[in-house]
Write a protein that binds this ligand. Structure first.
Ligand SMILES: [Zn+2]
Length: 282
């Protein structure tokens, strides 16, 4: 009997780890158990953004230079979209000519590696960043990695990653960007956990934001908004929202996790700014 219980005690952590391979939005405080920086970091994201509390003059630089988008016009073919149980993610494969960004306050080139969404529910809004105290309905992140580093290094260096954040507003019928239209044509197909499909259309990353002016944005140093919460992200959050029709939000609200529950409110609460500078380019 003793042996039986000993074995059970030994394997029980493995069982619970298998049940919960990543993290949950139901117990955000527990993210810090494995990744203490999630709870005690000083450069965490998301934060509140406001033109009133931002600086427009960068020491030794002056105005924030624009972001330069390179290869964002290249049509990426056969992109894979995945339901990972937390969000809908599109991977951007390595290539000879990767889409990348430079400029602004970046000191290197950052290639796009993936994009994903955060959303609320039928009754709640789910953007991560707040702009002038407003939580938008959803938020899209395009994640970029410093081309000077390998993926593991990028998570460990303060200048390892750069993320473009687009807040998204819902309306009944709205002028949707070409890119969002292409993506949402296939979102239904990843409704169930671990579904992995190839996008029906090719996609150029610039098509995602062809409806807004990207010259106006907030930028600050922050973190991943999911574990391991690495403080390695140069954030760029655009002040003008992308628009998404209600029908596409219905698709997001019907994406299911590994337990068969609709994924909702997959956003992290606002973190302390901790005296960080936030710059605004207008
Ligand atoms: Zn994100």
């Amino acid at each position: 009997m003793f042996k039986y219980y000993t074995i059970l005690l030994l394997i029980s952590p493995l069982i619970s780890a298998a049940d919960n391979p990543d993290f949950s939005y139901d117990n955000i405080k527990e993210w810090g158990v494995k990744n203490p920086i999630c709870n005690n970091g000083k450069s965490q994201s998301p934060i509140k953004l406001s033109i009133l509390t931002s600086e427009t003059n960068v020491p030794d630089i002056g105005d924030v230079p624009p972001i330069v988008f390179r290869n964002y016009n290249i049509q990426l073919k056969n992109l894979e979209m995945l339901n990972n149980g937390r969000t809908v993610q599109i991977k951007i494969p390595n290539s000879e000519e990767p889409p990348y960004i430079e400029g602004a306050l970046l000191t290197n080139k950052y290639k796009a590696i993936s994009l994903h969404f955060h959303w609320g529910s039928v009754t709640t809004r789910g953007s991560e960043h707040l702009i002038d105290d407003l939580r938008y309905d959803a938020e899209l992140h395009i994640v970029h990695q410093n081309m000077a580093y390998d993926p593991k290094e990028a998570l460990e260096k303060p200048d390892g990653l750069a993320v473009l954040g687009f807040v998204i507003k819902k309306d009944i019928i709205v002028p949707e960007s070409t890119g969002l239209r292409k993506i949402f044509a296939d979102v239904d197909r990843v409704r169930y956990y671990s579904s992995n499909v190839t996008l029906s259309s090719s996609l150029a990353l610039q098509e995602i934001f062809d409806t807004i002016n990207t010259s106006k944005f907030f930028t600050y140093q922050g973190s991943l908004t999911t574990p391991p919460c690495s403080e390695s992200v140069s954030w760029f959050v655009f002040s003008k929202p992308l628009m998404l029709p209600l029908l596409d939000f219905l698709k997001l609200w019907n994406i299911y996790d590994e337990n068969g529950y609709a994924i909702k409110n997959n956003y992290r609460p606002i973190q302390n700014r901790e005296g960080r500078s936030v710059y605004y380019r207008f």
